[in-house]
Ligand binder design. Structure first.
Ligand code: IDP
Ligand code: MG
Length: 144
């Protein structure tokens, strides 16, 4: 079974944002993702610089919340991980819940553990193209 899951091509980038690390929710968040059946195939903890943050969130450049978002994501250490498994791009976002934790369903990470739309604990890539771009940004040496 593990071999089969590792062969599945789909993979996505997970970030446990600085509030998740600060609040010691790393273990709980990773446990939920692993229990779903996904594999963590690469993982690192780091405080990212502005350049990486700006590249990662380039699509939000013109949003009113952009400056706050960049300040938040660079405010402390985060966990970046590559998650692999069947349907994991959509599946991870389903486990995470909606962007605004006040509207995220109970049972999701954001629905259960967060209240603030900026500090919403986690990031998951939203498309296969975004996943490959974001994985390349955080894990440039990872084989395809
Ligand atoms: P997502 O993380 O659910 O994919 P996006 O729309 O891609 O949500 O937004 C990226 C991040 O920007 C969110 O996770 C959140 O941290 C922040 N954000 C999104 N919308 C707002 C907002 O309306 N106000 C403040 N921060 C926001
Ligand atoms: Mg997004």
């Amino acid at each position: 079974m593990p071999e089969r899951a590792l062969e599945m091509k789909e993979r996505t980038l997970l970030l446990i944002k600085p509030d998740g690390v600060d609040r010691r929710l790393v273990g709980i968040i990773l446990a939920r993702i692993e229990r779903k059946g996904y594999h963590i195939v690469a993982m690192r903890m780091e405080k990212i610089d502005f350049e990486t943050a700006e590249k990662h969130y380039a699509v939000h450049r013109n949003e009113p919340f952009y400056d706050k978002l960049i300040k938040y994501i660079t405010s402390g250490r985060l966990v970046a991980a590559v998650v692999s498994g069947e349907g994991c791009i959509g599946g991870l976002r389903y486990i995470m819940g909606g962007t605004d934790p006040l509207e995220a369903a109970p049972g999701t990470i954001r629905g259960d553990y967060a209240t603030n739309v900026t500090m919403n604990l986690v990031h998951g890539s939203d498309t296969p193209e975004a996943a490959e771009r974001e994985i390349a940004l955080f894990f440039p040496d990872l084989p395809e």
